[in-house]
Design a binder for this molecule. Structure first.
Ligand code: APR
Length: 247
């Protein structure tokens, strides 16, 4: 399997990688679904919504402060770094991530589209202006926008909200051009991200899934690797680099 995938990598120019929470699991970041269970006592579907924020902004900020604190303590794992190494082998490479944990940036991947925003950024809940705030947000004393006095919220996409139009069209453009599409560590159930691998496959790409569990798109994939991404990706990159060196 690894030989065939390496052969493809060395003979393709256009690659898209879609990642989900699973790529960060080996960094100690719990996933939303899957065997690892949910984020502590909170469920994303109940809290990552504008309704929840309007009703209980303090609870939503409590959850995001807990997540920010967690993200502040974790590092990229070998899977993140392997994706940055993989990027160097392609003329056109796009990483589309559903994660808001910033770990792909820290691992120095260059072409990143953050579909669901970035947990470290804040914005106004009313006018959407991105607001730089150096200190932690006190859930009991949420700051207000200096432009319109709206409440400050995390700059992440919540359930039921629209994604950034430029980012999502960039992701679909890349998926339509992809010759090889990796879907890594995502349960492939949240739209529109879950449509990206299907779009790529329909346009003739080779679809490779790396996930510790089966997902709704495992049946569509050309290769299904049920291994931790932090274990398989470094092996793949090492094999590619040896092959390229003519070993
Ligand atoms: N290696 C590979 N895959 C893994 C690993 C690992 N080490 N650990 C877990 N997984 C897989 C799980 O089997 C699961 O299929 O990662 C997937 C994580 O799925 P989710 O928790 O649903 O995360 P994700 O797919 O990113 O969720 C999409 O839903 O809650 C919203 O906005 C949130 O971006 C998130 C979106």
């Amino acid at each position: 399997m690894i030989e065939k995938i390496a052969e493809l990598v060395l003979n393709c120019n256009n690659c898209v990688v879609l990642t989900g929470a699973g790529i960060s699991a080996e960094s100690g970041v719990p996933t939303f679904r899957g065997k690892e269970g949910l984020w502590g006592k909170f469920r994303p579907e109940e809290l990552a919504t504008m309704d929840a924020f309007m009703a209980n902004p303090d609870i939503v900020w409590e959850w995001y402060n807990w997540r920010r604190d967690l993200m502040g303590k974790v590092e990229p794992n070998k899977g993140h770094y392997a994706i940055s190494d993989l990027e160097k082998h392609f003329q056109n490479f796009t990483l589309v991530t559903q994660n808001v944990d910033n770990l792909h940036r820290i691992a120095d991947t260059k072409q990143i589209l953050e579909l669901h925003g970035n947990i470290n950024r804040n914005k106004c809940a009313d006018c959407g202006k991105v607001i730089e705030i150096e200190h932690d947000i006190d859930p009991g004393n949420i700051p207000h926008c200096d432009h319109c006095q709206g409440k400050i919220r995390p700059d992440v996409v919540w359930f039921g909200e629209m994604l950034d139009a430029d980012i999502i069209s960039g992701a679909f453009d890349a998926a339509e051009r992809a010759e090889i599409f990796f879907t890594i560590g995502t349960s492939a159930v949240v739209q529109p991200a879950a449509s990206l691998p299907i779009t790529a496959k329909q346009r003739g790409a080779t679809l490779i899934e790396i996930n510790t569990e089966e997902t709704p798109i495992s049946g569509l994939a050309d290769f299904v690797i049920q291994k931790p991404s932090g274990q398989f990706l470094p092996q793949l990159v090492e094999y590619i680099e040896k092959k390229k060196a003519g070993e």
